[in-house]
Design a protein around this ligand. Structure first.
Ligand code: H2B
Length: 100
């Protein structure tokens, strides 16, 4: 099982991936993603679903029309691990490939 991140690794998230924010009271990070419409949002979710299956690491998420909120944490480890950082980076790449 993956070990939870050290405080130094958490500082790195803060400096290197500032768009991901720590969740109050829970050991998790989250980020909101905006799309032009539901179809674009759902296409993004489908791509992230494939990545999650490939990694066997899955997001908690909430979708309303053109907005997707994603929360990442490693349930088996009880908090943030490197798996969450890896998945967050791949989610950001997916979002960039859709929006750029
Ligand atoms: N996703 C996340 N985010 N955390 C986990 O601990 C986790 C997962 N565990 N996806 C995996 C699946 C585990 O439940 C299976 C049995 O490997």
């Amino acid at each position: 099982m993956k070990t939870v991140l050290t405080s130094l690794e958490r500082k790195h998230i803060h400096t290197e991936m500032p768009s991901w924010e720590f969740v109050d009271g829970i050991d998790a990070i989250h980020k909101n993603f905006l799309f032009k419409d539901f179809k674009e949002a759902f296409g993004f979710m489908a791509q992230v679903a494939d990545i999650a299956e490939e990694m066997n690491h899955h997001p908690e998420w909430f979708n309303v029309w053109n907005r997707v909120e994603i929360r990442l944490s490693t349930h088996d480890s009880g908090g943030l691990t490197q798996l969450d950082i890896s998945l967050a980076k791949r989610i950001d790449e997916t979002y960039s490939s859709i929006k750029n």
